[in-house]
Design a protein around this ligand. Structure first.
Ligand code: C2E
Ligand code: MG
Ligand code: MG
Ligand code: MG
Length: 283
C-alpha cells in the first residue's frame, strides 16, 4: 500500500524515470526467478578456422526463455544483472552448464563470457576452478572472454584472478577489441591468448578503408605476438575473403553459423573433427 502511494507520488514528478526504475526492479525480480526456475538456457556459436571449413571452438551465449515474452537476448538483461550483482551467479551458472554440456565434445574449445563485475569477487578463480573440477572439465579447453573495460583502470584484483585462471591452464580472450578503452599494453601485460576484433570493424569491411586498415594492423600485431585473432560478426563472403587475405586465423559470424541450441550442436561437431590447417606466419 505504502509502495503504491509512493509510486503515485513519484510518477507525478518524474514519470519516465519512475517507469525506468519500476521496469528495472521488475526485470530484476523476474531474472532472479528465471535463474531459480531454470528459464535460462545456453546457446553455442561455432567459431571457425579462417577457411570456414573446420570448427575450432564454440562460444557459450546465454538466452532467457521467458514464459510469455519468448527468447530474450542477453543485451537486454545482462546490464540489469550487472547493476544488481546477479550477473556473477548467472555467469557461474552458464559456465557450469557449458562445462556439463560440452564435456563430451572431444577436444573442442569452449569460450565463456565473464562480466567485469565478476572480478570484484576476490575468489573468482577459486570458484571457477571448483566448477571445472566438479564437472570434470579440463581447464585447457576453456577460454574466458573478458572485455577491455575490465582492464581499464588497473584493477589489481582482476590482474590476480586472471593470473590464477591462466595458471590453472585456461586461456584468456579479449572480447570486442577496439570498441572500448583499448590499450596495446594490456595485451602484453595480461598475456591474452586471443584477440577478438569487434564486429563494428568487420562490418565496415568494404565500406571503410580505415576499418580494413585497422583489422590488417590488429592481425599483424596478433601474429607478431603469436596469439590468435578472431574476427567477430562475419556476415558476408566479401568480409570473409578480406579476413583470409590479411591472415586472420579464426572467424565467427552469421555467414558461417548463428548461435544454436544444444540440440543443434551435433552437426557442427562433425566439422570440429576436421584438421585445422596451420596459419601461415606472416612475420
Ligand atoms: P559477445 O560476447 O561479443 O558475443 C557476440 C554477440 O554477437 C552475440 O550476441 C552473437 O549472437 C552476436 N553475433 C554473432 N555473430 C554475429 C553476426 O554475424 N552479426 C551480428 N550482428 N551479431 C552476431 P548475443 O548472444 O546477443 O550476446 C550479446 C552480448 O551479451 C555478448 O557479446 C556478451 O557480451 C553478452 N553475453 C552473452 N552471454 C553472456 C554470459 O553468459 N555472461 C555474460 N556476462 N555476458 C554474456
Ligand atoms: Mg564474447
Ligand atoms: Mg564480442
Ligand atoms: Mg560484442
Amino acid at each position: 500500500r505504502a509502495k503504491a502511494d509512493g509510486r503515485n507520488s513519484v510518477r507525478l514528478f518524474a514519470p519516465s524515470m519512475e517507469r525506468d526504475v519500476l521496469h528495472r526492479r521488475e526485470l530484476e525480480r523476474e531474472l532472479r526467478r528465471a535463474l531459480d526456475e531454470g528459464e535460462l538456457t545456453v546457446f553455442y556459436q561455432p567459431q571457425f578456422a579462417a577457411s570456414g571449413e573446420a570448427v575450432v571452438g564454440f562460444e557459450a551465449l546465454v538466452r532467457w526463455n521467458h514464459p510469455t515474452m519468448g527468447l530474450i537476448s542477453p543485451g537486454e538483461f545482462i546490464p540489469i544483472a550487472e547493476q544488481t550483482g546477479l550477473v556473477t551467479e548467472l555467469d557461474m551458472w552458464v559456465l557450469r552448464q557449458a562445462c556439463a554440456q560440452a564435456k563430451g565434445w572431444g577436444n573442442t574449445k569452449i569460450a565463456v563470457n565473464l562480466s567485469p563485475v565478476d572480478f570484484r569477487m576476490r575468489d573468482l578463480a577459486v570458484q571457477i576452478g571448483r566448477i571445472l573440477e566438479e564437472e570434470g572439465f579440463p581447464p585447457e579447453r576453456l577460454e574466458i572472454e573478458i572485455t577491455e573495460n575490465l582492464l581499464f583502470g588497473n584493477h589489481q584484483e582482476a590482474f590476480a584472478s586472471l593470473a590464477s585462471l591462466r595458471a590453472m591452464g585456461m586461456r584468456i580472450a579479449l572480447d570486442d577489441f577496439g570498441s572500448g578503452y583499448s590499450s596495446l599494453g594490456y595485451i602484453r601485460r595480461f598475456r591474452v591468448d586471443t584477440i577478438k576484433i569487434d564486429r563494428s570493424f568487420t562490418q565496415n569491411i568494404g565500406r571503410s578503408d580505415d576499418a580494413a586498415a585497422i583489422i590488417d594492423c590488429v592481425v599483424r600485431l596478433a601474429r607478431a605476438l603469436a596469439i590468435n585473432v578472431t574476427a567477430e560478426g562475419v556476415e558476408t563472403r566479401e568480409q570473409l575473403r578480406y579476413l583470409q587475405s590479411v591472415g586472420c586465423n579464426h572467424v565467427q559470424g552469421f555467414l558461417l553459423a548463428s548461435p544454436v541450441p544444444l540440440s543443434s550442436v551435433d552437426r557442427y561437431l562433425e566439422l570440429a573433427r576436421r584438421p585445422v590447417e596451420p596459419t601461415p606466419q606472416r612475420l
